[in-house]
Design a protein. Sequence first.
Length: 341
Amino acid sequence: MKRLALTLTALAALTLPVASAGAWGNSGHRMVGVAAMQALPNELPAFLRTTAAATEVGELSREPDRWKGGGRTHDRDRDTAHFIDLNEEGHAMTAAGPHISSLPELRSEYERALNEAGLDVDDAGYLPYALIDGYQQLVRDFGYWRVLNAIEARETDPGRRAWYREDRERREALLLRDIGVLSHYVGDGAQPLHLTIHYNGWGDYPNPEGFTTSRQFHGQVDSWPYGRIDMAELSAAMSAPSDCANPCAIRERVPAYILTGLAQVDALYRLEQSGSIAAADEASHQFMVTRLAAGASELRDLITAAWRDSASARIGWPAIRVAEVEDGTIADPWDSLFGAD
C-alpha cells in the first residue's frame, strides 16, 4: 500500500533494517504497553498488575507491525488499520471525506462514504475503527473472565471446576494478547504522522512555513532513538487518569484522542525544520516523551474503562449477564460457557 511502501522506501534510503518500520519503532511501542500496565489501578485483576504481565504486553504491543508481509489478502486488510490521513480540519483526506468526529458506526459504511467522495480506504486508513474494535474486544474478554473467576470459586463439581480454571487461564492469555494489540494502535494514534495527510513530507499542499517535503521524513521519525527514553521519565509524564463514562462513550473518546495527536503535526515538522529530529536533541526528546506518555495514558484509561464496562456485559450462548453470575443470581452458567450442544 501507499503508506507502507513509502515508509519502507524511506527506511531503505536511510540504510535501516525494514524491521524497524512502525510508528515508534520497537522500543517506543514496548514503552507504551509497559507504562500503561504499570499504571493500572488496583481495581483491575491482580494477574494484570504484575511485572510479568507488563513485560508481556510490551512485547505483544509490537505484533501488528510484525504481522506485515503475510501476503496481499492478509496485509491489505490489516495494514490500513495503523493510520488515518486527516486534513487540518479533521476530514479524512479531503473536505469531502468523513469528519473524524462524525464517523459512521461501521467500517463498511465509512468505506462507502469514502468511495462516494472519490476516496479509497487504502489511502485514508481506518485507525479509529481498529481502536474501537480493540476496546470492545477487551470488554468481551473481561466479561468472560469475571464470570469464570466467580463461578470457579463456587463450583463444587471437580470436573467443571477444573474446566472453569483452565478457561479462565486461557482468557487471561487472550487478555494479554488483546491488550497488546490495542496498545499498538493506541501508540499509532499518539504518533502525529499516523494521523495526517502530511504523513511523509508535507506533500503537494499549501506550505506557508516551508516544512520539509522529503519522502524520508516518516522514516526519520520512526528511527529516532526511542531506546534513550527512560521508563521512569515516561511514567512521570503520563497524565492523571481520565474516567470514561460507564458505559464508556468509546465512539466519542477515540476521535477526541486522535484530534489531540493531529494538533501536534505542525510542532513535529518544526522540530525537523530546526534540526532537532536529526540531532535527537532535548527538544525532540521531550516531544517524543510527551507523545509516548499520551499513548500510555490513553491505553491505561481504556483498559480501566473496559474492565468497568464488562460488569454490565452479556456473554456466552445463551447469553447471560455478567453481573448476575457475579452476584449469584445465575448459579449455574455451564451451558452458556461450555456449550449445551
